[in-house]
Design a protein around this ligand. Structure first.
Ligand SMILES: Nc1ncnc2c1ncn2[C@@H]1O[C@H](COP(=O)(O)OP(=O)(O)OP(=O)(O)O)[C@@H](O)[C@H]1O
Ligand SMILES: O=c1[nH]c(=O)c2[nH+]cn([C@@H]3O[C@H](COP(=O)(O)O)[C@@H](O)[C@H]3O)c2[nH]1
Ligand SMILES: NC(=O)CC[C@H](N)C(=O)O
Ligand SMILES: [Mg+2]
Length: 515
């Protein structure tokens, strides 16, 4: 018997399918996503202890709407439907789903009815987060209705004898006050043991890499950030010194970054590291380019070209056909890589990869969120400074210069960025702030007065944000005196900049980076 139980999340095209999986993992039960088109025997091969049906954009009664996989309810595996998944379950079992005109979006008050399993011991009235236009108007036979809202009389149903449960609201979002508790009750009812930890995922990942790479060789795209450091540590455990890490100085790094990464990474891990100065080729490729997606694609392509050169350079050692990247789930979903999700921006390591990629990718963290990766990093014994380092995007300062990227502009931004980082650290805010991009509006000028003379310089934008996982973010309330010190120092010390502004936009609607 496996040491831990598995819960499958059947994805009907939800924005937040991974969020469901992650909430299950927070209950110490392993969880992974499968597409709703996966046949039931394939699901059973994964030996699921329970199944969760996700939300999705379709209406169950529409033509071509994704349906519950045939035969699922006959398997006897306890199943929990959420939103679309709830509607699909109700319909499949003979209930009635319709567009009632009673749409609910956002916070909604839910009234618990009777003594069901999912709401046991929870408040009789609670706030839940809704996002639906269709409703279950008739529960299937054998099911009790266990909650309702003003607009939705059938807001939750259950048939504990069959292990089937469904809710109209989204327990996975933090805005549902007792969402995590509802999920926990389902997992308990399904008999899932809380025995899964990050250690399991590390061990599983090491095993999977061993299977994938066999006795081959790999190079790891190493950035000094937490994601690639954890990925490298996992792959090193799997294949030892058949791994070589490659850190690319693309000229878009921050002040002192190349030296710091080279020094600290090798000291902390003992992994073989090659540092490549490729700044000239990146700058050349970016000359004249202003479109963000174009920049991202160029950077993604140049990265790969550098790795190919490196592959040839270390070939004396034997060929390295595998490329390890610290890709996380948000990189994938924003690049449009989820089932039916939109392309927001092409992350260089996913949507920015060239079509003629010859490497086989090794991405042990592709299903995880940053805070989960940090926990894995701690389990692997990486030093806190590495585990807690703020994220810095692979395309670097290239996507923080709005306009063409040039060597001079990079120098200006590097100085401003170094000052902001120094002052935020000095104020002890590193752990409170997720990250603080500094953005140079290179094509914008404004009039200033300095030393009794007129200036006509550029603004920089400070973009301090707080976040749990980079999927959503809020602007950080940095104390005024800290902002004031940053502003004064930047305008005093960086001649080209005569104005500092603060970005007070959450995500959504803004993204964290400006491009
Ligand atoms: N300068 C670089 N040299 C080599 N590989 C890089 C570089 N920058 C990014 N990468 C690769 O791209 C991946 C994605 O970058 P990303 O910034 O999301 O992750 P990270 O740098 O590892 O962690 P963090 O998000 O904390 O910065 C990295 O994990 C790494 O594999
Ligand atoms: O490796 C990366 N390659 C990229 O192309 C990329 N674009 C954004 N980011 C980082 O991802 C998080 C979410 O950023 P956005 O809100 O701007 O999409 C934030 O932490 C960003 O810094 C990137 N990381
Ligand atoms: N978020 C969802 O799963 C929505 C389900 C369905 N499309 C509705 O509007 O009711
Ligand atoms: Mg990074």
């Amino acid at each position: 018997m496996s040491e831990f139980d598995t819960v499958l999340v059947v994805d009907f095209g939800a924005q937040y399918a991974q969020l469901i999986a992650r909430r299950v993992r927070e209950c110490h039960v392993y969880s992974e996503i499968v597409p709703s088109t996966m046949p039931v025997p394939e699901m059973l091969a994964k030996n699921p202890k329970a199944i969760i049906l996700s939300g999705g954009p379709s209406s169950v009664y529409a033509e071509g709407a994704p349906a519950v996989p045939v035969g699922l309810f006959a398997t006897g595996v306890p199943t929990f439907g959420i939103c679309y998944g709830f509607q699909a379950m109700a319909q499949a079992l003979g209930g009635i789903v319709d567009k009632t005109g009673a749409a609910e979006f956002g916070g909604t008050s839910l009234e618990v009815l009777g003594d069901g399993v999912l709401f046991a011991g929870l408040p009789a009235v609670q706030s839940v987060w809704m996002s639906h236009g269709d409703s279950v108007v008739g529960a299937p036979e054998g099911f009790a209705v266990t909650a309702s809202t003003e607009a939705t009389p059938v807001a939750a149903i259950e048939n504990p004898a069959r292990g089937l449960y469904g809710v109209q609201f989204h327990p996975e979002v933090l805005h549902s006050d007792h969402g995590q508790a509802v999920l926990q009750r389902f997992l308990d009812a399904a008999g899932c043991r809380p025995s899964w930890t990050m250690l399991n995922i590390v061990e599983e990942a090491v095993e999977a890499v061993r299977r994938q790479v066999g006795d081959g060789r790999a190079i790891c795209a190493l950035s000094g950030g937490v994601d690639s450091a954890v990925a490298a540590a996992i792959v090193q455990k799997a294949i030892g010194d058949r791994l070589t890490c490659v850190f690319v100085d693309h000229g878009l790094l921050r002040k002192g970054e190349a030296e710091q990464v080279e020094r600290d990474f090798v000291a902390a891990t003992g992994v073989k590291l090659r540092v490549v100065d490729a700044s000239e080729r990146f700058l050349k490729a970016l000359a004249g380019v202003v479109d963000p997606e174009e920049k991202r694609k160029i950077i993604g392509r140049e990265f790969i070209r550098v790795f190919e050169d490196e592959q040839r350079a270390i070939v004396a050692d034997g060929p390295a056909d595998f490329l390890v990247q610290g890709t996380l789930y948000p990189d994938v979903v924003e690049s449009g890589g989820g089932t039916g999700t939109a392309n927001i921006k092409s992350h260089h390591n996913v949507g920015g990869l060239p079509d003629d990629l010859r490497f086989q990718l090794v991405e042990p963290l592709r299903a995880l969120f940053k805070d989960e990766v940090r926990r894995a990093g701690e389990q692997l014994g990486l030093p806190p400074a590495m585990v807690w380092r703020q994220p810095f995007p692979g395309p670097g300062l290239g996507i923080r210069i709005i306009g063409e990227v040039t060597a001079e502009r990079l120098d200006v931004l590097r100085e401003a960025d170094a000052i902001a980082r120094e002052e935020l650290s000095r104020a002890g805010l590193d752990r409170d702030i997720w990250q603080c991009p500094v953005v140079l509006l290179a094509d914008v000028r404004s009039v200033g007065v300095q030393g009794d003379g007129r200036t006509y310089g550029h603004p920089v934008v400070l973009r301090p944000v707080t976040s749990e996982d980079a999927m959503t973010a809020d602007w950080a309330r940095v104390p005024y005196d800290v902002l004031s010190r940053i502003s004064t120092r930047i305008t005093n010390e960086v001649r080209e900049i005569n104005r500092v502004v603060v970005d007070v936009t959450s995500k959504p609607p803004g993204t964290i980076e400006w491009e």
